[in-house]
Design a protein around this ligand. Structure first.
Ligand SMILES: Nc1ncnc2c1ncn2[C@@H]1O[C@H](COP(=O)(O)OP(=O)(O)OP(=O)(O)O)[C@@H](O)[C@H]1O
Length: 247
């Protein structure tokens, strides 16, 4: 294994339900994710993108195969160890922001530290807050912020504990293109400047163009990989998903 490998999917399989109702969401998916690498995961609806991310981030348990993070086999961890790993090593950004409405932007950002009972690393927190560029909006509640600003708060919250891995599930799905570009630029910076490993699910070829590589899933399998993606190349590849719905 490459020394820079931070996360590994090793023949991951996931079957939901059983018998006639069984759905194979992942079918022997193997992939490695390196430090400082920004990977986009694409594929038709239902191809297993979210399931793959959730298994890699310890939010879901695979039916077969293994997920490794930082040398730890997630399947061998006790629930408390898994919770700690998720808290300390993985930052999550979701399409729907998931901010707490009663807290200010600043309180939302430092919430993971408050819950963990740790003091913010002042220097790092300042860098994160500067990077998301919320300026004088830190005292506002989510309802007083635009969607783009809310997602920037969510990104800062994901980054404040300085995780090795940032997992983003359609982070720009609810944003206009300008706000989306700010989020994507920030995720790129996480990888290039701060050496974090970024995994992003997206349906958008423009978003995928910010990544270092794209993994294409179909029917729970990796069917292709593209290094140095551009929106045009990605769009081209998506059109070739035989007869499958492409959003
Ligand atoms: N909790 C669940 N119970 C049963 N089936 C599930 C569950 N979660 C996902 N699935 C099924 O597993 C398959 C893969 O789902 P997944 O959400 O990973 O796909 P996706 O590529 O992320 O889709 P989308 O782009 O629509 O979000 C789908 O057929 C889905 O219906």
């Amino acid at each position: 294994m490459d020394q820079r490998t931070v996360a590994v999917a090793d023949r991951l399989g996931k079957v939901y339900g059983s018998g006639q109702a069984a759905v194979t969401a992942l079918d022997e998916v193997s992939a490695q994710f390196r430090r400082g690498e920004f990977t986009a995961v694409m594929g038709p609806s239902g191809s297993g993108k979210s399931t793959l991310m959730h298994c890699l981030a310890g939010l879901d348990t695979p039916t077969s195969g293994k997920a490794w993070v930082g040398g730890a086999d997630l399947g061998s961890l006790k629930e408390a160890e898994l919770t700690r790993l998720r808290r300390d090593r993985i930052g999550f950004v979701f399409q729907s922001f998931n901010l707490l409405p009663t807290l200010t932007a600043w309180e939302n950002i430092v919430l993971p530290l408050t819950l963990a009972g740790t003091k913010p690393d002042q220097d790092w927190t300042r860098r994160v807050v500067d990077a998301v560029g919320l300026g004088d909006r830190l005292g506002h509640r989510p309802s007083e912020l635009s969607g783009g600003q809310q997602q920037r708060v969510a990104c800062a919250r994901a980054l404040v504990s300085r995780p090795e891995i940032v997992v983003a599930d359609e982070p720009t799905g609810n944003l206009d293109s300008r706000s989306g570009a700010q989020i994507l630029g920030l995720l790129r910076r996480c990888a290039k400047e701060w050496g974090q490993t970024v995994l992003m699910v997206t349906h958008d070829p423009i978003a995928a163009g910010y990544a270092d590589r794209v993994l294409f899933l179909a029917d729970g399998r990796i069917v292709d990989e593209m290094a140095g993606p551009t929106p045009d190349l990605v769009l081209d590849r998506m059109r070739r998903f035989d007869g499958q719905a492409v959003r």
